[in-house]
Design a protein around this ligand. Structure first.
Ligand SMILES: Nc1nc2c(ncn2[C@@H]2O[C@H](COP(=O)(O)OP(=O)(O)OP(=O)(O)O)[C@@H](O)[C@H]2O)c(=O)[nH]1
Ligand SMILES: [Mg+2]
Length: 710
C-alpha cells in the first residue's frame, strides 16, 4: 500500500446522511480487493494502487492473504469523497469464508456485486443476490476486467440480467480504443462521455456516431430510474417525449436504488489505471442511500424485554454490534463495529452483551468493559477519530471480552440484539501440535482464534482424545493453522477425525466374575454371577438386583454395579463403551473377612467380560439427521449420493423458489467430509445441517475394518 498524506488523516462525516457503508461481494477473484484499491487511489487516500500480485493491497494485508493472493476475512477501508465518508467493506469471495461475507452484509447499507467480464456470475453469488432481495438491500453491479481479452460488457450485462432479474441496467457504456482497450465511458443519464484516453478523465460531448446507441439504451434506463419517483406525473411526461433534467434523474436514481427496484451496472478496467472507479465513487455518494434509510435491527433489554425501536440518531442510546474481531500479538484486540444508534466514544466503559453463540462454545457475555481508541480503519492502519456516530463503521481497541456478534451499549442502559445468521461449521478436522511441548500453546491459540471467529468451533473430545476443529472447509482450516503458526508459533498438523463408536451384545449371555486372592496378607474374595441382555437402542445401562439369600451381601451390591459401570465406560477389547444392555446380578459368593467393596467392583467387571466371551456382539455407530437444501436440479444426484453413504432418505419436499429440502439419516462416519463433497456436487449452492440422533449397528464388514485400523 502506498499511503499518501491523506492516509493518516481519517475521513469524517458530520452527520449520518453523509455516510455510505458499502459491502463488496462477488465470486472469488472477481476483483473486489482491487476495486477497493482503485477507489482508495481515486479518492487520494493512497498515492497509487497496490496489487494482489505484489501483496501490496490495503485490504488483503494479512500474511496469509498475501501468500494465498486472496481475501480471507472482512476488511474495512474508509475514504472521503465529495464530502461523504465512504466505508468500503471488502469480503472474501471463496465459500469457506462466507462467515465474513455475512458480517459484511450486516454492517453495510448497500452492496456492490463485483463480477468479472471474463468469468461471469456463479450460482452462489446469485443466491447472495436473492438474500439481499429478501431484505431489500440496495445493490449495484460492477463489471471488472474490461481490459482483458475475451471480456464482453454487453454479454456480461445480459448474464447479470438473466441471473439477477429485472431492473439490472447499465448506467454507462464502455467505449473501446482502436486496439480494443477501454478508452472511455458514455454516461447514459448525463449524455456525457468520460474520456480516459489521455490517462485522466476528461468529459466531453458524445460523438455523433454514438448518439443512436445512447438513445437506444437511455430510455429503458430512465424508465427504470423514475418508476419510484415521488413525482407521479414524471413517467407520463417522459413517455410523451419530455426531456427530464439530470438532477431530477439523479435524485430519482437514489430513490430507485434505495428501494431495491433498480440496480445500476457499471464497468471497470482496474489494472493499471483504475478506469471506471470515479464513476463507482459517484454512484456510491449520490446513488446509494445513507444509513438513515436502512432498517435497524431489533433490540431488547439484556433480559429480552422489549425496548424502544432504534433510530439512526447520534443522540440516541448507544447500540453497536461487533462485526469482526482481530487480534495482533503487538497491537492487541481490535473490534470492528457497526454503530446503529448513539455515539461510540473512545476510552469509555461499554456494556458488552452476547447471548446467542453459546451453542458454538462461546461464553455468554454481560459485562462492562473499557474500550480504547476509536478509529477509522484503512485495512491494517487505524486512524484515530473523536467518536463513531450512528451509521458509521469504526474500530474500537482493547475490548478483551467482546466477540463478533456481541452488542455494545451504554453501561447505564444495556441493550441486546440478536446477531445475523452465522453459518454453522460442519467440517470436523482433528489437529495436534507437531511437538508435544506445544500442546498448551495450541489450546491457548485455538481458544483465542475460536473466540475471534464465530464460524470455528472447538471440541476437545475426551472420548477419542482428539482436539477437533469444526470449520467451514479445508481452506478455512488452512488459514486457522497458518494463524496458529504465525501468531502463536505453534506448528500443527491435521489428522482424520476418529468417530466415537459404541459396542453392545446382540444375544443374551451369562458370565461369572471371580476375584479371589488369598495367598499371603489380607485376602480378596468376591464372586458374582450375572446375566446380560440386549435392550433397545438408546436404553443405555440398566442394573437389576435378583440376589436371594444374601449370596452377595447387601452392602456389596452397589460395588458390583459400580464395577459394571466402569467396565461399560472402558469397553471390552475394542475399547468402545458398552451401551443398551440390562445386567442382572442373580448370584455370587462372599467371604466374611476377605470380601470388600473393591473386590466386588473387580468381580463385576470380570463377570461382564466373561459374559461378553459367551455373547454375540456388534459395534454401533453414531447417526445424524441431515437436512439438505438444494436447487431442484440436484435432487437426483443428492439422493444417489446419500444412498452411497448408507443414508436413509426420510423426506423430500419442494420449498418453492426452485429449491428442495431433503431429510435423511446418515452414519456420521460417512459425513466427515460431506461439506466438501456436497459443495463439489452442487457447485457450492447447497446448505445442510446435521444433528446427532443416536447409535445403530454397524455393518459387520465395516466393523471388522474399524477394529482392524484403530
Ligand atoms: N486485468 C485486470 N485484472 C484485474 C482487474 N481487477 C482485478 N484484477 C486481477 O484479478 C485478480 C483477482 O483480484 P482480487 O482483487 O484479488 O479479487 P477478489 O474479488 O478480491 O478475490 P477474493 O478476495 O479471492 O474474493 C488479481 O490478480 C487482480 O490483479 C481488472 O479490472 N483488470
Ligand atoms: Mg479480495
Amino acid at each position: 500500500m502506498a499511503e499518501s498524506k491523506a492516509a493518516t488523516s481519517a475521513p469524517v462525516a458530520d452527520t449520518p446522511d453523509k455516510i455510505r457503508n458499502v459491502v463488496l461481494v462477488g465470486p472469488a477473484g472477481s476483483g473486489k480487493t482491487t476495486l477497493v484499491e482503485a477507489l482508495l487511489a481515486t479518492a487520494g487516500v493512497i498515492d497509487r494502487m497496490g496489487s494482489i500480485e505484489a501483496g501490496t493491497t490495503t485490504t488483503d494485508y494479512e500474511d496469509v492473504e498475501k501468500r494465498q493472493k486472496r481475501s480471507v476475512s472482512l476488511t474495512v477501508a474508509s475514504l472521503e469523497f465529495d464530502g461523504h465518508k465512504i466505508n468500503l467493506l471488502d469480503t472474501p469471495g471463496y465459500a469457506d469464508f462466507v462467515g465474513d461475507l455475512r458480517a459484511g452484509l450486516r454492517a453495510a447499507d448497500a452492496a456492490l456485486f463485483v463480477v468479472s467480464a471474463s468469468e461471469g456470475v456463479d450460482e452462489s453469488t446469485r443466491l447472495v443476490w436473492e438474500e439481499c432481495s429478501a431484505v431489500g438491500m440496495p445493490r449495484a453491479v460492477v463489471i471488472t476486467n474490461l481490459d482483458r481479452e475475451r471480456s464482453d460488457f454487453d454479454a456480461m450485462v445480459a448474464i447479470a440480467q438473466r441471473m439477477f432479474g429485472d431492473g439490472v441496467l447499465p448506467l454507462y457504456l464502455p467505449m473501446a480504443a482502436d486496439d480494443g482497450s477501454p478508452a472511455g465511458l458514455m454516461g447514459l443519464l448525463t449524455q456525457t462521455v468520460f474520456d480516459y484516453s489521455s490517462g485522466t478523465r476528461a468529459s466531453r460531448q458524445p460523438d455523433d456516431e454514438h448518439l443512436p446507441l445512447i438513445e437506444e439504451s437511455r430510455s429503458g434506463l430512465i424508465e427504470g430510474v423514475i418508476t419510484e419517483s415521488e413525482d407521479e406525473t414524471l413517467m407520463d411526461r417522459f413517455l410523451s417525449g419530455e426531456d427530464i433534467d439530470v438532477d431530477t434523474l439523479i435524485s430519482d436514481l437514489e430513490t430507485a436504488v434505495a428501494r431495491g427496484t433498480f440496480y445500476p451496472v457499471l464497468g471497470t478496467a482496474l489494472q493499471p489505471t483504475g478506469f471506471g472507479s470515479r464513476e463507482v465513487l459517484e454512484l456510491i455518494a449520490y446513488g446509494f442511500p445513507s444509513p438513515l434509510e436502512h432498517p435497524l435491527p431489533t433490540v431488547t433489554s439484556v433480559d429480552g424485554d422489549p425496548t424502544e425501536p432504534l433510530l439512526c440518531d447520534p443522540q440516541g442510546p448507544l447500540a453497536a454490534e461487533v462485526v469482526k474481531t482481530a487480534s495482533d500479538p503487538y497491537v492487541g484486540r481490535m473490534s470492528v463495529v457497526r454503530v446503529f444508534s448513539g455515539t461510540l466514544s473512545p476510552d469509555t466503559v461499554l456494556h458488552v452483551s452476547g447471548h446467542f453463540l453459546t451453542d458454538r462454545g462461546h461464553q455468554e457475555h454481560d459485562i462492562d468493559e473499557r474500550g480504547g481508541a476509536v478509529s477509522a480503519p484503512l485495512g491494517k492502519l487505524m486512524r484515530p477519530i473523536s467518536s463513531g456516530m450512528a451509521g458509521d463503521v469504526v474500530a474500537v481497541a482493547k475490548l478483551a471480552h467482546a466477540e463478533t456478534g456481541d452488542t455494545l451499549s451504554d453501561k447505564t442502559s444495556p441493550l441486546l440484539m440478536e446477531p445475523w445468521a452465522m453459518p454453522d461449521p460442519l467440517l470436523p478436522m482433528a489437529v495436534k501440535a507437531v511437538s508435544q511441548a506445544d500442546d498448551d500453546k495450541l489450546s491457548e491459540g485455538l481458544g483465542r482464534l475460536a473466540a475471534e471467529d464465530p464460524t470455528l468451533r472447538l471440541d476437545n473430545n475426551a472420548e477419542t482424545g482428539q482436539m477437533v476443529l469444526w470449520c467451514l472447509g479445508e481452506a478455512h482450516l488452512a488459514v486457522v493453522l497458518e494463524r496458529l503458526r504465525s501468531r502463536y508459533g505453534v506448528n500443527v498438523e491435521s489428522e482424520p477425525v476418529r468417530i466415537a463408536l459404541r459396542e453392545t451384545f446382540t444375544t443374551s449371555a451369562t458370565g461369572k466374575g471371580r476375584h479371589v486372592k488369598q495367598s499371603g496378607g489380607h485376602g480378596q474374595f468376591a464372586v458374582c454371577d450375572i446375566e446380560v441382555e440386549p435392550l433397545p437402542a438408546g436404553s443405555g445401562f440398566e442394573f437389576v438386583d435378583k440376589v436371594v439369600g444374601g449370596s452377595v451381601p447387601r452392602q456389596f451390591i452397589p460395588s458390583v454395579e459400580k464395577g459394571l459401570v466402569q467396565q461399560f465406560a472402558r469397553g471390552l477389547d475394542s475399547g468402545y463403551p458398552l451401551v443398551d444392555l440390562r445386567v442382572t446380578l442373580f448370584d455370587g459368593k462372599a467371604h466374611s473377612v476377605d470380601s470388600s467393596d473393591m473386590a466386588f467392583q473387580h468381580a463385576g467387571g470380570l463377570a461382564l467380560r466373561d459374559a461378553a466371551a459367551n455373547a454375540k456382539r456388534s459395534l454401533l455407530e453414531p447417526y445424524a439427521a441431515v437436512t439438505i437444501l438444494i436447487t431442484d436440479e440436484y435432487v437426483g444426484a443428492i439422493m444417489s449420493d446419500l444412498s452411497g453413504r448408507r443414508g436413509r432418505v426420510t423426506g423430500s419436499e419442494s420449498v418453492g423458489g426452485g429449491r428442495t429440502k431433503i431429510t435423511a439419516e446418515v452414519p456420521e462416519l460417512e459425513l466427515s467430509r460431506y461439506p466438501i463433497e456436497l459443495r463439489s456436487l452442487t457447485h457450492g449452492t447447497a446448505t445442510f445441517t446435521r444433528e446427532f440422533i443416536g447409535y445403530e449397528p454397524m455393518p459387520a464388514q465395516l466393523a471388522a475394518r474399524q477394529l482392524h485400523t484403530q
